[in-house]
Design a protein around this ligand. Structure first.
Ligand code: DP6
Length: 326
């Protein structure tokens, strides 16, 4: 039996991915730019074993079922094809944070799975191939293969070979923080995949979302290279609110926010009016993530922690890409 263990951190999109150009290959309709985090992570162990008659997948101690399991098996199938081996696998994966809460467990989960499964099958794959495997599981997962600030272009090619993540800045090149204001643990009502399809199919703003996206990608990448937090923050908020506005206008509407989400947004605006550099972004869940310079992070985190409904604030810095542990 060949066993390998890998760890990947979650990433938070600064310029958002929402919508697919190809559902089967999980190719995004728009590019995205993210920061890989330092502490929220998934650790995944994969062992191919001749004695197994089917793949077993255990996530946080409980057997995976339905679509969750299918997505893992789809990645394993491609690894088996590539390695020319047919053995079934035992997969054990642990998150150090709540699953399906908008904390992007699918991104770290599939990045760790791709790396562990490839290594367990004896494959040494380049970033392009690892990211293709990770993408089969989740469109945001290729970004967690790399550390620091990462760009994932949408690409135009039908096989997705031009949708490969690349580094904009390595983790230690810019000392910023993302504060994750956790304000609820409920599993999300509408999964990202379904939410994207509904937005694409019914929102009158979806076309504008896609059409205005390239300018945001360019502006954000330039701001990151120039380490301009105010310039980056303006694009981060705009991309976030455009994405949420387009999904709120879908039929039926998609709303991931709760009351505390709005209160954190307001608090961050107040902090900015008081001269601090703080900028919000929100994913498919109620938590608000706040981008700020390292030097201001304790003051901003203290203020956000006092907002009604905020349970805790996790302070994240730019973190590393996927690592093989064994
Ligand atoms: C709002 O990667 O979870 O977090 O590709 O369908 O698995 P699938 O979706 P997923 O969507 C992430 C959406 C987002 C924005 C982002 O991370 O870019």
């Amino acid at each position: 039996m060949h066993v390998s263990k890998a760890r990947a951190r979650t990433n938070i999109a600064l310029v958002k991915y929402w919508g697919k150009r190809d559902g089967a290959l999980n190719l995004p309709a728009v590019g995205s730019i993210s920061m890989t985090l330092s502490s929220l992570h998934t650790t995944t162990e994969v062992g191919f074993d001749t004695r197994l008659s089917e793949d077993t997948v255990v996530i946080n101690g409980r057997p995976a079922q339905g679509r969750e399991r299918e997505r893992v098996c789809a990645v394993l199938d491609v690894v088996r094809q590539t390695a020319g081996a047919g053995h079934r696998a035992a997969v054990r994966t642990e998150n150090n944070f709540p699953t399906a809460s908008g904390l992007a467990s699918s991104a770290s989960g599939f990045a760790a799975l791709a790396a562990a499964a490839a290594r367990a099958a004896g494959l040494e794959l380049p970033v392009s191939e690892l990211s293709r495997l990770a993408r089969l599981g989740s469109g945001s997962a290729p970004r967690s293969i790399l550390g620091g600030f990462v760009e994932l272009p949408a690409g135009v090619l039908a096989d997705g070979s031009d949708c490969v993540p690349r580094e904009i800045l390595p983790p230690d090149a810019w000392d910023v923080r993302l504060l994750v204001a956790v304000n609820g643990r409920a599993e999300k009502a509408v999964g990202s995949t379904e939410g994207m399809e509904r937005t694409k199919g019914t929102s009158p703003y979806y076309r504008q979302w896609v059409e205005t996206h390239a300018a945001d990608m360019q502006a954000a990448a330039d701001a990151i290279r120039a380490r301009g937090i105010a310039r980056l923050g303006a694009v981060v908020e705009s991309s976030c609110f455009k994405m949420h506005a387009s999904m709120m206008a879908a039929t039926p509407p998609i709303l991931y926010w709760n009351g505390a989400t709005v209160e954190v947004i307001r608090t961050v605006r107040d902090l900015r009016n008081a001269g601090l550099d703080a900028y919000v972004t929100i994913d498919a869940g109620p938590h608000v993530k706040v981008l700020c310079p390292a030097a201001q992070s304790s003051e901003i985190a203290d203020r956000i922690a006092k907002v009604d409904g905020v349970e805790r604030v996790i302070v994240e810095r730019p973190g590393p890409g996927v690592e093989i542990l064994t």
